[in-house]
Design a protein around this ligand. Sequence first.
Ligand code: C2O
Length: 497
Amino acid sequence: LSYQDVIETTGDLIVTNDVLSPDGFSRGAIEFGPLIKAHTGDNIRINVVNQLTDRSMPVSTSIHWHGLFQRGSSWADGPEFVTQCPIVPNESFEYSFEADHPGTFWYHSHVKAQYCDGLRGPLVIYDSNDPYRFSYDYDNEHTIITLADWYHVSSELIRGAARPDSTLINGVGRYKGGPKVDLAVIHVEPGKRYRFRLVSIACDPNYQFSIDGHSVVIIEADGEYVQAVEVDSIQIFAAQRYSFILKADKPVGNYWIRADPNVGDQGFEGGLNSAILRYIGAPEEEPTSAASESKMPLRETDLHAMLDSPAPGVPQPGAADINIRLVPTFNTSTLKFQVNDKTFVPPETPSLPVMLQILSGTHLAQDLLPQGSVYGLQRDKVVELVIPPLVLGGPHPVHLHGHAFSVVRSAGSTSYNFENPVRRDVVSIGNPGDEVTIRFKTDNPGPWLFHCHIDFHFVRGFAVVFAEDAPSITSNAPPAWDELCPKYERFAGVQDS
Ligand code: C2O
């Protein structure tokens, strides 16, 4: 695994197949990505080089930079057939965009469920004006904790409900009945304070995350600073991130780091779903620490944006400029999801150029856009989305591209918070009785996907596109971008024959 590698601001992301055995079981897969790091304001330039050959998985690719806003660079957002055609094997494509806000992010393939085969990695944008910089001593590549689900078969073979074979923490883990693979060890120096960055790069499960004997102080959620809140366990959904401060002030020793998934083999027997926190000076052995019952679990309603910023718009439910109810459903005979009765089927040409063609009068919108799945939004409006839960396969974490949103009503809460809600980019829509409500302002023109981040649900149509201020979406993409679609068409033709 290339977790140890780092790309600083610019570089080549070489996408290759390999036989991987991160949990001791060998399978053909796609190499995990290195850490990408930059500083606020940097121009990130990543040249994605597609060297994929294994046709048991998707061989075309495209990369999404999860949580970055892509202001003025919506062409670089990544989802196949929404902002670009896929990059075919033996081709490369350079993404270039601004590190627009500091925080903890990640990147992943946005072609089918390809990231579940490995193509995903953490992305951190460091902040020289971090308001918490005096609260910790360390924040570096050794303090990133990634949580991933891992499957012993290709994503293409996963039908119906997915069941991960193992949990990988920083790229390694164990499966039930498998070998005793060395678990990830995170070293801390006694007495020091660490800023850990917890990144779910999962395709499906949410995890109950905790570290034996330690509580932590959360300071960031999904690339947004929050007011410090102390917790002893964190339920983290697919694609969410948290920064927390941990004080290494417990007796020198080894402590279990636990990430219990809601699907797949649960529990910790034999080192499942685990990693190790090791104080320097402790023996190199596995912990014997016991999990204690969580007394201070994270509740989303306890998270508040750092500067007490209110949600945009009139502080009353349903009183935004544009109010949209998005009702997810599942059809048990077609095994497809619908949002407001429409299954998202990506157009076989990307909608961004399609929009531009519409503007130039070349095509009629209804011929090309996936009907019913695209919502036009005018500029400078406050949008309120209300999303009732869908029990089957849930709780579902939904993600909006191009924005962070204010969560004015969280899952599990019946009250609204317009005054100082958390802002984030992935939120769980919860269980029966919930009705999650989020708000954002249309200040960023682009074709932005909104979808369930359980990747297998996205592939089955749990998505819509917001065409935000379509007239202002300009094609400021590099020339190579225009060449991708013809190349893909030729390639797809070859593949079919
Ligand atoms: Cu992580 Cu469509 O996104």
